[in-house]
Design a protein around this ligand. Structure first.
Ligand SMILES: *Cc1c(COP(=O)(O)O)cnc(C)c1O
Length: 363
């Protein structure tokens, strides 16, 4: 039996091979007599799972040794507080607002530091990225925060900004929750990157944080100890009990990604998938994408039916065709197709075929 194609924005589709391996190992991991869920996080079995996961993601994303990789909890939303608690010193930080998620980040940060809104694309409905050259960066910002892929609005920074070239010496902080591991990262431009696992690499409950080691050790005194990057780093993410099962599944996904040929193969596949869908939308009379072409997300594709009264019919028919979770975000309406790494090209082809048949029927 083949499974339906699941276009959820998160928690989202995972590679079938990963789910099958997890199922096969559920009761007895590698002859240990235990499920991964039942293991001590400090035992040699789980330590080997953890170390494999860490070294595989480091290798896949070519993360330099100057970065610590932290396995945390609380998701992207908790990082909205944890970042200023660790990096702001209670002083100033620059925020670039490009959609729903970065807007939430800057709001939360105001509890802990003063926020300079360096740029915003709110006036155009978050449909394109403000050019970095137009950002009003402050000279005394402790960091500059961006969301490099806006999951709701579907805008993506296809290139990370070079803050040095913009005259800022502050480290760049990126929320890359929804396109982590979908393409290579230029680490020379990054101070810290964070993302919840449930969009592209694993189950909910795990947050990955990649932080330059020279940024550790600056947490505010009232920062919860479990969220102090320095403490998490020096305890190998085991100051508190980490989300062991989620780390295991993410580790299986990293292995799957290596077997696919690594990040550049995966990136090429993601480009092909996104092109297939956007090309069809642009050529159709029923569907529309509102995002400017050069910053369209490869991962999250919001699209709208010109006749909104067809929305429910479209979704019901999609489900009959084994195409799940295409409903758009609550505040935006319309549709959204998320095309994470585990979505095969055939899934996007099936979606386009369905969209074409629906359009013909309702033209
Ligand atoms: C999903 C998402 C978040 C929030 O993640 P939680 O795990 O719910 O905290 C934050 N930022 C981006 C870009 C996201 O896609």
């Amino acid at each position: 039996m083949s499974r339906p194609f699941n276009f959820s924005a998160g928690p989202a589709t995972l590679p079938e091979e990963v789910l099958q391996q997890a199922a096969a190992e559920m009761l007895d991991w590698h002859g240990s007599g235990m499920s991964v869920m039942e293991m001590s996080h400090r035992g040699k079995e789980f330590m080997s799972i953890y170390e494999d996961a860490e070294s595989n993601i480091r290798e896949l994303l070519e993360v330099p040794q100057e970065f610590s990789i932290l396995f945390m909890q609380g998701g992207g939303i908790a990082e909205n507080a944890i970042v200023p608690l660790n990096l702001s010193g209670g002083q100033k930080a620059d925020y670039v607002v490009t959609g729903n998620w970065s807007n939430r980040s800057q709001k939360e940060a105001r509890k802990y530091c003063s926020v300079n809104l360096a740029a915003s694309n709110e006036a155009n409905g978050h449909t394109h990225m403000p050019a970095p050259a137009s950002w009003q960066l402050s000279l005394d910002a402790r960091y500059v925060h961006v969301c490099s892929n806006e999951t709701v609005h579907g805008v993506e920074m296809h290139e990370l900004p070079d803050l040095n070239a913009l005259g800022s010496a502050a480290p760049l902080v990126i929320d890359f929750s929804s396109h982590m591991a979908s393409r290579p990262v230029d680490w020379s431009r990054v101070g810290l990157a964070y993302g919840g696992a449930q969009k592209n690499v694993g189950p909910a409950g795990l947050t990955l944080v990649f932080v330059r080691k020279n940024l550790l050790g600056n947490a505010l005194p009232h920062c919860p100890t479990a969220f102090d990057y320095q403490v998490v780093s020096s305890n190998q993410s085991m100051y508190n009990t980490p989300p062991t099962y989620a780390i295991y599944i993410a580790g299986l996904t990293f292995k799957w990604m290596k077997e696919q040929g690594g990040i550049s193969v995966i990136e090429q596949r993601n480009i092909a998938k996104a092109q297939l869908l956007y090309n069809y939308i642009d050529g159709s009379d029923l569907y529309i994408s509102r995002v400017t072409q050069d910053c369209r997300s490869r991962m999250n594709v919001p699209f709208f039916l010109r006749e909104e009264k067809l929305n429910d019919l479209f979704l019901a028919g999609a489900k009959e065709h084994q195409l799940l979770q295409l409903k758009g975000y609550k505040t935006l309406g319309g549709m959204r197709a998320s095309l994470y790494n585990a979505m095969p090209l055939e899934g996007v082809q099936a979606l386009v075929n369905y969209m074409r048949a629906f359009e013909l029927k309702h033209a």
